[in-house]
Ligand binder design. Structure first.
Ligand SMILES: [Ca+2]
Ligand SMILES: [Ca+2]
Ligand SMILES: [Ca+2]
Length: 598
């Protein structure tokens, strides 16, 4: 009997151990208060409430404080969804709009309401997120709240967390289609509450697939009122007593005045807030748009009424590419005189809360002959890819650009830098786009997020090579006639000049043109390589008069001429210079070898 008791006790203990995880996660583990009001309640372990997140100035729309509580996103969203003193609302749904439909293409439509019913009117909506360590693992907690205009009957509200940052709708005179589309893993939180009974329902539905996907109508997680026992990984609550303007409601609201409350107060059941531990439910993702709505029920097929939407940068993933201003002599021409080499700093930033995995970059450019880009250094990130001597070629005329992994992961709030060197004999400046990709799930099972940046010409991001090309020009007499000559002071002699051109510059020259005032065009359209390339051009002309009209000594008769124009263009800089002043001249003797002349 004793042994049986011990066995039963062990079994009970084992069962208890099995159902209680080592770290029971509840959404109210965080520092954010889900206590049915807006301001921090004293003497609690929690230290953050909605009023902690926003600056309030008079009746202006509250703005995010520049300094947010530790672990919270930098840009909590606050949307005022009413016009003070008016009952119009420019963001309401048309009746055909449904959560089970895709967003763009007419699935969701917005319209203006000139006189929205207080039964469905949403006033202010807000959201934020916090990363909170649970048993040594960072969990992403997302919080959402809404004020409604009246507390009559049963209230139903919804909150979409969307990954597409282009979701928007600006109502015209008729029903207007939303822009944007669904992304796999978009989340819809729906909840039902009453003034007297608190929150009876809170559920999360997940959109599966992209634009042609569907809302899975089986909830992925359900919860109850935060004030009940064991809030779990999702809960919501409402205010059980009026919240008064000023002390309890720090910003402007516009409710239907009740018994003992004004329109600047929130009567019982007019303030709703909730939270969800995304990580505990495997729902973390790169959400970028927040949309709150009022609805006919807490089902996915409910009729939708009022909405408000704003940016919600849970992910904050971005990429930049700019001329590396730290590098010396950047950009520069390679020794071949025609290839521009440019060093860029590609910065990949994760300004969100969640770690991003499998971080990659991709050069978006069609490479011409001689073009190439390579990674020469990577810093930051977790386990950055090792760069061998000579770099990692990431694209060229013969290697199609591909996704090159640069780090295993990039933590929230971190920025990493990739040094990319590009060579091109075709482009100055070298302009292109770079795309970075990462996955929100450590095993790569999430939907890749992708951000691109294009270097704009004429900005400091572009690395334009500027140069003032130079050409050394020398000139000498080559020959004057070949004996026997006919003495004539009025011309008829043949004078030949040599023009010696030398390019001591860093870049090759093209379109070289030299014009002489007597000999005419000496050379046109010539090229000359950099680093001392030289060429001699000889041009002869028939004289029409000697320098002196009175000199009769053949040994003293001279014919002078002067270069009148020299122009050339740097092949990389593209800079053309035309010189007309102080150009070399030559004075050629009729009889350079006199006194053997006649
Ligand atoms: Ca509070
Ligand atoms: Ca609205
Ligand atoms: Ca509204």
């Amino acid at each position: 009997m004793k042994n049986l008791r011990i066995t039963l006790a062990l079994a009970a203990a084992f069962a208890a151990f099995a159902v209680v995880p080592a770290h029971a996660i509840t959404i109210d583990d965080g520092t954010f208060e889900l206590d049915g009001n807006i301001v921090v309640t004293p003497n609690q372990t929690t230290t953050v409430d909605w009023a902690s997140l926003f600056d309030v100035s008079g009746n202006n729309v509250p703005t995010a404080k520049t300094s947010q509580p530790a672990g919270f996103i930098t840009s909590p969203v606050f949307i005022r969804d009413f016009t003070p003193g008016q009952t119009s609302d420019s963001t309401t749904y048309t009746t055909g709009s449904k959560d089970i439909l895709n967003i763009g293409g007419g699935g969701w439509q917005c319209t203006k309401s000139n006189n929205i019913s207080d039964k469905v009117d949403m006033l202010n909506a807000y959201a934020t997120a916090q990363v909170h360590s649970v048993g040594g693992v960072d969990h992403v907690f997302v919080y959402f709240g809404m004020e409604v205009a009246s507390n009559n009957g049963t209230k139903d509200v919804g909150f979409w967390f969307l990954k597409d940052q282009t979701v928007a709708c600006v109502a015209g005179t008729h029903a207007t289609n939303f822009t944007g589309t669904h992304t796999d893993g978009d989340l819809l939180v729906v909840s039902e509450f009453t003034k007297g009974g608190g929150v009876s329902t809170i559920k999360v539905f997940k959109w599966e697939g992209g634009a042609s996907g569907a809302l899975n109508t089986t909830p992925v997680v359900t919860g109850a009122d935060c004030q009940g026992l064991g809030a779990g990984s999702i809960c919501a609550t409402v205010n059980g007593s009026p919240l008064l303007a000023g002390t309890d409601v720090p910003w402007l609201t516009q409710t239907k005045a009740g018994t003992g409350t004004t329109s600047a107060d929130l009567d019982t059941g007019e303030f709703f807030e909730g939270g969800i531990d995304l990580t505990a439910n495997g729902l973390q993702g790169c959400f970028s748009t927040f949309l709150a709505d009022t609805r006919s029920s807490a089902t996915p097929t409910a009729t939708l009424f009022d909405f408000a939407l704003g940016n919600f940068n849970l992910c904050g993933f971005s990429v930049g590419k700019a001329c590396d201003t730290v590098a010396t002599n950047n950009p520069h021409v390679l020794s071949d005189g025609s290839t521009l080499e440019t060093q860029f700093d590609v910065s990949v930033a994760n300004d969100g809360l969640s770690t991003l995995y499998d971080v990659r970059i991709h050069e978006d450019v069609t490479f011409g002959t001689g073009d190439s880009c390579r990674i020469t250094a990577i810093s930051g990130g977790i386990n950055p890819t090792t760069v061998p001597t000579g770099g990692i070629l990431i694209g060229s005329n013969s290697v199609t650009p591909f996704d090159q992994k640069v780090a295993d992961s990039l933590g929230g709030g971190q920025t990493m830098h990739v040094t990319v060197v590009c060579d091109s004999p075709h482009s100055n400046p070298f302009l292109n786009s770079v795309t970075t990709k990462a996955n929100p799930a450590s095993d790569g099972s999430g939907t890749d997020i992708s951000r691109s940046h294009s270097i704009l010409s004429g900005t400091s991001e572009a690395c334009a090579f500027t140069n003032n090309p130079a050409l050394k020009v020398e000139k000498q007499c080559s020959t004057v006639n070949t004996p026997p000559v006919t003495l004539s002071l009025t011309g008829g002699a043949t004078v030949c000049i040599d023009v010696v051109l030398t390019n001591n510059g860093v870049e090759d020259l093209k379109d070289i043109s030299v014009v002489d005032n007597k000999a005419g065009t000496v050379v046109s359209g010539a090229t000359l390589s950099n680093g001392g390339g030289t060429a001699t051009y000889t041009k002869c002309y028939t004289t029409t008069s000697a320098d002196s009209s009175t000199e009769t000594d053949p040994g003293k008769i001279t014919f002078s001429d002067q270069l009148s124009s020299v122009s050339f263009t740097g092949v990389v800089s593209g800079t053309t210079r035309t010189l007309t002043n102080s150009l070399p001249s030559a004075k050629c003797n009729l009889c350079p070898t006199c006194p053997t002349c006649p």
